[in-house]
Design a protein around this ligand. Structure first.
Ligand code: SAH
Length: 242
């Protein structure tokens, strides 16, 4: 498919921060808006064309989700450690997954989304800017607590958190318009498809050592599967850690 690349106008305007907390956390030097814009330009080169996604990623201060020591690397297009053996997702992967989730909003609005693997909360913040209600599940308690605090400091209030094993989705809040997972199970947990509305979309890595990113669309006649390429995520583990 050939996509029109976004109008260069995206960078012609100064950033319209969603609230005062974003404005105050815009950063300086290696964490500045200029540095963030360079990353966004890189995402455009890598075929991210949805201006909603580019805009949200242009606004979010990724350095706020990392240890200060890691600050200068915040806008490299790489995954980085966040403690507890976990990583903040690579920006191009966050962009690819979010773009795929939003690809059919003309026909199927994406208002209520489940995220599996809150981690640092970075992907959560992007979703929070683009979607009405975000439900985020994490299995490692201290990571969830830290993400909650960063997201609250950024005055993002449309997120509900739960400490749980995301293999089972979030039955009480289902059905969802979309589900996005940052942890890779060996095979697709069927329960996640059950918790999607008709027209709903699920995007997640699947596989053990070798992982592929998949998009699933739930239709009236079944599930349509699209492979979005090779990726490297942390494994989806069983149970919770407190
Ligand atoms: N998008 C996050 C990615 C964090 S890494 C970010 O950018 O920071 C993936 C996260 O998934 C880890 O925090 C890990 O603890 C979590 N995870 C792994 N298995 C899980 C499960 N079964 N249920 C919920 N979260 C899980």
């Amino acid at each position: 498919m050939i996509h029109q690349s976004p109008k260069s106008s995206l960078f012609d305007f100064s950033v319209n921060y969603p609230n005062e907390a974003f404005r105050q956390n815009q950063g300086v030097g290696m964490t500045s808006q200029r540095t963030r814009d360079r990353l966004i330009k890189r995402l455009v080169e890598l075929d991210i064309y949805d201006e909603r996604v580019l805009n949200a990623m242009r606004q979010v201060p990724r350095h706020c989700f990392l240890d200060e020591a890691m600050g200068s690397r915040s806008y490299e297009d790489t995954a980085l450690p966040i403690g507890y053996g976990q990583t903040i997702s690579q920006p191009i992967v966050v962009a690819t997954m979010t773009q795929w989730l939003l690809a059919d909003t003309d026909k199927h609005p994406m208002k209520k989304v489940l995220e599996i693997g809150t981690g640092s909360g970075y992907q959560t913040s992007i979703l929070s800017l683009l979607i009405d209600q975000v439900y985020s599940v994490e299995r490692i308690a201290p990571l969830m607590v830290r993400a909650q605090s960063v997201l609250a400091d950024l005055q993002l209030t449309n997120i509900t958190f739960e400490l749980n094993d995301g293999h089972w989705g979030w039955q009480k809040q289902a059905p969802f318009d979309g589900i996005i997972s940052a942890a890779s199970p060996a095979k697709l947990p069927e329960e996640l498809i059950n918790q999607l509305k008709e027209g709903g979309r699920l995007v997640m890595p699947i596989g053990d050592k070798q992982q592929l990113l998949y998009g699933f669309e739930k239709t009236s006649t079944g599930v349509k599967e699209t492979c979005l390429g090779e990726v490297l995520f942390v494994p989806m583990k069983q149970g919770i850690e407190v």
